[in-house]
Ligand binder design. Sequence first.
Ligand code: ADP
Ligand code: MG
Length: 398
Amino acid sequence: MDIHEYQAKEVLSNFGVATPSGALAYSPEQAAYRARELGGDKWIVKAQVHAGGRGKAGGVKLCNSENEIHEACDEMFGRKLVTHQTGPEGKGIYRVYVESAVPIDREIYLGFVLDRSSQRVMIVASSEGGMEIEEISAERPDSIVRSIVEPAVGLQEFQAREVAFNLGLEARLVQQMVRTLQGCYAAFSDLDATMVEINPLVITGDDRVLALDAKMSFDDNALFRHPQISELRDKSQEDPRESRAADRGLSYVGLDGNIGCIVNGAGLAMATMDTIKLAGGEPANFLDIGGGASPERVAKAFRLVLSDKNVQAVLVNIFAGINRCDWVAEGVVQALRELEIDIPVIVRLAGTNVEEGQKILAQSGLPIIRATTLMEAAERAVGAWQNDLSQNTKVRAV
Ligand code: ADP
Ligand code: MG
């Protein structure tokens, strides 16, 4: 789960990370009022969307008066901000963060990520802040400082000092940097984060180390342990298909193709998507219905896949171990009876109770296209979708 910049700043400041003073607003009037409360004469108005790259896309504006704050907000509220991280559809702006503008001397990149090869949290930092980490690693790879944290002892002071020195920080700034690094690490590990990114972390003209931007993502599977984090969820920023799936306990990722996939197990789901591609089609989603799926759960999965208007064929691929093919078949039949489905449905079942499952499909009287192997299933799905099916292979609700 991702959260907004202002939320990440609040979380991190509770762990001792210094940030500029700022306040949230839901309207231009409120933004101007917030600026007055903050005081000073230069403010930054920042669109709160779950994506980076806002600066270049017009989502971060420097304002010198209340009037300019109004103008900046008028351009933001209710619009979709399209940055290189949002995809072409963009993300809606419903909140802005008004922050005191700070005099920047230096910009640093700071990230905490999970390093899969060492299975540890890794600090990735660079003296070239302001640029995206992808750009830094392409253009200035030598500027990147990496440091792996030993989980048994956490981020030690000497290690944080080493990072600070490797970034070329002056001795008088090192203690603030250590506090920032340790605060980020503590937030990361205490709250089951998967990513903390501060880009830029700045050194101000008056020698303060401040997080000017902040991004945090959390492990969905651990959210139940952190109610104060899970309540920060903002569904307006999520793909509606994915939020609906998350609400139903299904693991779903929306894609751009038109063959909907209903599969059990993440590995099989990946293999199914690959096989669809191999057969010349494009998957519309990744969907793992999990083990022990009841007919109701399968029917839910159908509803979810069909809510995507791009879906022109559905491929159900089940390898039943803990699952039962007869339950899945019942779920398929139940969904097809309930929903108005006028696109081809291909079902491949294997494993536990496969004969019963096949019988249920055959006896349903529904024009379900059956397949025995995964390759055959993918080819039939792609073939059915490409051939613009004749009426008798279409499934209609009764
Ligand atoms: P994004 O990464 O989405 O583009 P940032 O929060 O990093 O958004 O802001 C973009 C740029 O705007 C920063 O690199 C920084 O130069 C400037 N900026 C952001 N907040 C402030 C601030 N409070 N004071 C001065 N400059 C700021
Ligand atoms: Mg940034």
